[in-house]
Design a protein around this ligand. Structure first.
Ligand SMILES: [Zn+2]
Length: 226
């Protein structure tokens, strides 16, 4: 708290002398207002300094609001789903389509148990494996994908993935999914940069680890014991 008293450009302003903790050019808000509207020096200061400052603050505030709105309007669950499928593609890189066994031009992250009817387990990396775009779009290949998964990783693994159906419903908010998404982006970028090839065990271990790092699910649903 300081006494209201003009300084610098407002040195000659009429000042009330009362204590104030909100002063500009030494003046309390009321005296500043009067000075800016009643004197030439004040009017000039208003145009040169005060108004642009208010304008900048308004713009900053609007920018902040726009950003918040954008974050709130984005469906982060959907973005996260896509990013996690991308991660599984990096883990399975270089391998042929799991269902059809050929090297497809476009490999996607296919769900072992379709994400439409098993939403809760759709973000679990163990439920997502490489699949050609062609095969992924044909639901006739769902059974084949499971059969080949068991052939490659063992029947126990297929049963583990099937067991993920009992995952309790997720109660994360859109902003929680935003946080998961940011983490998933870091992981995807890291895998992309390193360009590592994983062997069979490595692919399971990577899924265990990344599930755990993301922390969307409880530990028992994250990790398959080899
Ligand atoms: Zn005053």
């Amino acid at each position: 708290m300081k006494k209201c008293k003009g300084i610098g450009r407002s040195k000659n302003a009429e000042a009330c002398g009362k204590l104030s903790d909100n002063r500009q050019l030494g003046l309390c808000p009321l005296c500043l207002f009067n000075w800016m509207h009643e004197t030439e020096a004040g009017k000039l200061w208003k145009v040169q300094v005060f108004d642009p400052r208010v304008e900048r603050a308004k713009k900053e505030e609007q920018k902040k609001k726009d950003k918040e709105l954008k974050i709130n309007l984005t469906n982060w669950r959907v973005k996260l789903q896509t990013k996690i499928q991308e991660i599984t593609r990096f883990i399975d890189i270089g391998l042929p389509c799991l269902a059809l066994g050929y090297h497809a031009g476009q490999i996607q992250g296919g769900h072992i148990f379709s994400k439409g009817s098993n939403t809760t387990m759709a973000l679990n990396l163990h439920n997502i494996h490489r699949q050609s775009a062609q095969s992924n779009h044909s639901h006739n290949d769902d059974g084949l994908l499971r059969e080949k998964l068991a052939e490659e990783y063992g029947k126990g693994y297929l049963e583990f993935v099937r067991g993920l159906k009992s995952t309790p419903a997720l109660h994360w908010s859109n902003l929680d999914y935003h946080e998961f998404y940011k983490l998933a982006c870091e992981i995807a970028n890291d895998l992309k940069m390193k360009g590592r090839n994983f062997d069979l065990e490595g692919r399971i271990i990577a899924r265990n680890e990344i599930n755990s790092i993301l922390g969307i699910y409880k530990k028992e649903h994250c990790i398959y014991d080899l």
